[in-house]
Design a binder for this molecule. Structure first.
Ligand SMILES: Nc1ncnc2c1ncn2[C@@H]1O[C@H](COP(=O)(O)OP(=O)(O)OP(=O)(O)O)[C@@H](O)[C@H]1O
Ligand SMILES: [Mg+2]
Length: 348
């Protein structure tokens, strides 16, 4: 449904020297620097999936989404959405997709939300029953009527985002690209938006591509994850896989008899090099281990072999922790084995 093949986007930036003299000299001797925002990204997003497009600030997410939505043309490589290259067939592409850029409005600033919706209805030629069904849904979930006839420019960020989200779904698009759609929304509205997109996905099989720095958005909406780091894809697969291969896992246990806590921790760390063991305040022993080095089966087998376990507990891995490690460069998923590290930059 959505395919990117070796997608590259470079920006040419004028180099500025500091100070007034520097600014003046820039007028005469222009040096440029190339920033490679997207560095040979390839992926396939299946129809009907809900994919989180994840990466640290500046990783190239918005730039990729701009190419997928036809707003930007790649420097090289290509992408195909619903069988067409978006930047070559912008109109045809726009008919089948819905877009939200949290950082930038897609609405008409001088018009009210109801007027904007009426224009969208004409542009997309939305059938009456679809239009009425969707408006009823937005009334129920997003309290869209409360926005009244205020021009979009005078709405608060959260009010505008509600309108943006509704507008992106009004024509029942097959694919939605949501780039930080919950910016500025309070907790209740975030919940409503998550509910809305899951409802639309269930009813219409919509393909969802979402970027968000809110982990709760990702956990509540997405089943798959595409992780980019410095312009390259570092993980693609189910969210579950990401959690279970990239995280630090942990097991907590109580045991009967045997060595005291200090000795038990030392035994575990010696027996399983790479794990760290510590005694918790409530008298348990906590074993932290990197999921890429050990399976939970290996760790449990060791504990069963060496201790008389009274109780054992393994909390779910934490997505925030996984992403923090990826962003900090501590974890490299298998897909990165051949990926060069930093984004390429060079003077021209
Ligand atoms: N129009 C532009 N001109 C020059 N450089 C740009 C432009 N747009 C983006 N960049 C650069 O490309 C890189 C990737 O930017 P992008 O906005 O795609 O990141 P992002 O992953 O969406 O980050 P964030 O999480 O902060 O939204 C950054 O280094 C940014 O400065
Ligand atoms: Mg962005």
């Amino acid at each position: 449904m959505i395919v990117a093949e070796n997608l590259v986007k470079e920006f040419r930036l004028a180099e500025r020297k500091p100070g007034l003299a520097g600014s003046l000299s820039t007028l005469f001797t222009r040096r440029h620097r190339i920033v490679r925002a997207v560095d040979g990204v390839s992926f396939t997003i299946p129809a009907g999936s809900k994919t989180a497009y994840i990466g640290a600030n500046g990783a190239g997410k918005s730039t990729t989404i701009k190419m997928l939505t036809g707003i930007m043309t790649p420097t090289s490589g290509r992408c195909v959405v619903r069988g067409i290259e978006p930047y070559r067939h912008r109109q045809a592409n726009a008919r089948g997709i819905g877009v939200v850029f949290g950082q930038r409005s897609q609405l008409w600033w001088d018009l009210s939300v109801p007027d904007s919706f009426r224009i969208l209805r004409c542009i997309y030629d939305i059938p009456d029953p679809v239009y009425r069904r969707n408006l009823a849904l937005y009334r129920e979930l997003l309290d869209i009527d409360a926005l009244g006839t205020t021009p979009v420019r005078q709405l608060s960020l959260g009010q505008r985002m509600r309108a943006e989200i509704a507008a992106s779904l009004l024509h029942d698009p097959q694919v939605v690209f949501w780039d930080e759609p919950t910016i500025g929304l309070d907790m209740v509205l975030k919940d409503a938006v998550r509910h809305l997109v899951n409802h639309v996905h269930r009813e219409l099989g919509t393909t969802v591509v979402l970027t968000s720095h809110d982990i709760a958005d990702i956990a509540a909406i997405c089943d798959s994850a595409l992780v980019v780091d410095r312009g390259r894809v570092v993980h693609q697969g189910s969210l579950r896989e990401l959690l279970h291969t990239a995280g630090r896992r942990c097991v907590l246990f109580d045991h009967r008899g045997g060595p005291g806590p200090g000795q038990a921790c030392a035994d575990i760390e010696r027996g399983l090099p790479g794990v760290s063991a510590s005694a918790t305040e409530d008298g348990r022993i906590r074993v932290d281990y990197p999921a890429e080095a050990f399976t939970s089966r290996q760790v449990l087998a060791f504990l069963l072999d060496h201790f008389d376990l009274a109780d054992c507990y393994a909390p779910e891995p934490d997505l925030e922790d996984v992403l923090r490690r990826i962003y900090a460069g501590e974890h490299r998923a298998p897909a990165t084995a051949d990926a060069p590290g930093a984004r390429r930059e060079g003077a021209v």
